[in-house]
Design a protein around this ligand. Structure first.
Ligand SMILES: [Zn+2]
Length: 309
């Protein structure tokens, strides 16, 4: 009889213990889920070219697959104009790295109260220079605010002569936008190869030569050594080996995976997510994405950042 009671008690304790464990795990999972859902969001937008629908002679227009990757100029103006009126901070790769990835620098007071967004453009298309740069200049003339955009460029595919007919920008185009303060020029590999599918020798060449050529192109203009310090993997393709080699030359690596960056949820600074943007997404739709972006406020911002990192 005594033995029977002891067994019942033991069974009850075991049940209680299991219940407590399940409760603890459920609370932890719930906490993780809530902190993931409520984590501050930084939309890092990944575009390609910007086409002027009024100018059908734009060479890129002849290629339908390229056309969909381009964003219409009128909508681009509308989008940037809206974000500037809403006082967004167009963050650069180095700023993102310093203030949100490594947290090695304190966020300047001037940015408190602002929401954050990044505009990045891959592949160095000529239309960035012919269609986007004039928008940035118009916006600056209208509001007195300079918008910076990130260009992930393959120096191996840059046009090596001055011609508005070429598909890609020239080195002089890059120099002009950089000296005017609009371009944050970063690497997209030397010749846009899938870095996961090439030999180690080729991988090193794609990473190292892209960096040295972009720095060579911008000689004398890059006082803070910020050109080609960061990388966007061509096709967003990466793996452990690519990231290991990328880390020898670059401080961070960007994906192209249609995901929004959540502060505190970055797996590694070589896996920074970007939202893939094409002509099918209207300016109004992108306004909505941006509206959900993280707003920097002194107390909330500092508490959140120190808590999460
Ligand atoms: Zn690309």
């Amino acid at each position: 009889m005594r033995l029977y009671n002891f067994k019942i008690k033991k069974f009850k304790y075991a049940k209680l213990l299991i219940f407590l464990w399940i409760t603890v795990i459920a609370v932890l999972c719930g906490h993780l889920l809530i902190s993931n859902l409520t984590a501050p969001r930084l939309p890092l937008l990944g575009f390609h070219g910007v086409i002027d629908l009024q100018h059908r002679e734009d060479k890129v227009f002849r290629n339908q697959s390229v056309q969909v990757m381009n964003y219409p100029k009128a909508e681009m103006f509308e989008l940037i104009d809206y974000l500037v009126r809403e006082d967004f901070w167009f963050i650069t790769t180095q700023e993102l790295y310093d203030y949100f990835i490594t947290k090695s620098k304190e966020i300047p007071n001037v940015h408190l109260g602002q929401k954050i967004i990044m505009f990045s453009f891959d592949d160095g298309y000529k239309t960035i220079h012919t269609n986007l740069l004039p928008i940035l200049e118009q916006i600056e003339a209208k509001y007195g605010r300079q918008v910076k955009v990130v260009l992930f460029v393959n120096p191996g595919t840059l046009a090596n002569y001055e011609s508005d007919r070429s598909i890609h920008m020239t080195c002089n185009d890059l120099r002009e936008g950089l000296s005017k303060g609009y371009y944050d020029i970063q690497s997209h590999g030397l010749t846009h190869k899938n870095l996961t599918k090439i030999s180690t020798e080729e991988l090193i060449k794609e990473l190292a030569d892209a960096q040295s050529k972009l720095r060579e192109c911008t000689t004398g203009l890059d006082k803070n050594n910020q050109v080609a310090a960061h990388l966007a993997y061509p096709y967003g393709a990466t793996n452990g080996k690519v990231e290991e080699y990328a880390s020898k030359y670059y401080s961070s690596g960007y994906l192209y995976n249609s995901k929004v960056m959540k502060i505190g949820w970055l797996k590694s600074n070589y896996q920074i997510p970007r939202l893939t943007i094409n002509a099918k997404q209207s300016a109004k739709y992108l306004d909505k994405i941006a509206d959900k972006a993280y707003k920097l406020t002194k107390n909330y911002g500092n508490w959140m950042l120190s808590y999460l990192f």
